[in-house]
Write a protein that binds this ligand. Sequence first.
Ligand code: ATP
Ligand code: MG
Length: 383
Amino acid sequence: MNAVLSGMYRVAPRLAVRDRADHLQSAGQPIEYVSICKRYGAAVALKPTNLRIEAGEFFSIIGPSGSGKTTLLGLTAGFVAASEGHIKIGGVSIEGVPPFKRNIGMVFQNYSLFPHKTVGQNIAFPLQMRGIPKRDIATRVENALRLVRLENVANRHPNALSGGQQQRVALARASVYNPSLLVMDEPLSALDKNLREELQYEIKQLHSKLGCTVLYVTHDQAEAASMAERIAIMNAGEIVQLGSARELYRNPRNRFVAAFLGQANLIPVAGLERTASGIAATTPFGERIVSVKGYEGDGDSWICVRPEAIRITASRPEMDNVVKGVVVDTTFMNGVQRHRVNINGGPVVEQFEQIISASYTPAIGTEVYLGWRADDTLIVADG
Ligand SMILES: Nc1ncnc2c1ncn2[C@@H]1O[C@H](COP(=O)(O)OP(=O)(O)OP(=O)(O)O)[C@@H](O)[C@H]1O
Ligand SMILES: [Mg+2]
């Protein structure tokens, strides 16, 4: 063997498929996607993607319908075959390792429990498949049931459980064999809001108890923000931006990300100019808006300002950015007052603040000023 080949051998040992499956048994492994891509004929479900998810990380993928979320998850779990590229878990390629040997726990929107098995039998199933001795199975099923607070329903069948309880059983079944990775595809979408919030908390608790890596797909940006350490936003088969919920909210790369995560006022830019302190943008309706950071390229761009960053006043405020307009709508809900203001010659801008700290509540039809800081203004690329 020449020097180059023996060097490669040390870095990337070629393990038999069986050994590679065994290698996945340890908890909390990093996942690396290397130029992974999925095409169906001419249609691209996932463009070539590179991504690393850290061991033990709670990682969420969000994006509109058809953006490639389930495809990325399916490639990871092994039920979608890659068109190109590969995935490594714990540094070892999982190419050719069948789904049931990847040591990945899976939870989907529709529970997918076995209807003719009891709750206990459902949870025992993956342990039986792995040849775990009977006496150990009983203890592990018991522990798993305790973890999801369902000790007293072990002998019931799934159809005698509520949706929330069924999803807890699915969680127990997915985690009972200590997978190194738990993948979940919209696991809470079928549940009502209160139950969803309760289970979000339980899944977070489960994650910290198990220490496994979690890959969590959701439509719901608020759910991702409340659960995940990092979020990847997907659109049209690619990851548009990746970061913590705070980073994505504070520094969206483009209009799509700004609008997808939280609420954003987006005002078109007619021209950009570099200034000593940042960037100045002119709008098609003649206002000059200053910002400290953001997109400075030649393409189309937008001014992004979050509704809670805006102050509403009766007289012109001393702020970096001030526009004038007329209140067209007001609402008072959940302790928050919202005003929609039609900017003179421009778009309708939304502003909100806590009722408890609001000193001014103009009625519909009132002429008002909206003011905000350059620091809270971002210029974002189109897209
Ligand atoms: N088996 C398949 N054959 C052909 N096209 C497919 C197949 N599976 C998925 N696609 C296409 O790939 C793209 C990505 O689909 P995917 O299921 O990953 O989206 P998603 O982000 O999970 O959407 P949703 O939020 O609706 O679940 C879509 O355009 C979809 O129509
Ligand atoms: Mg999907």
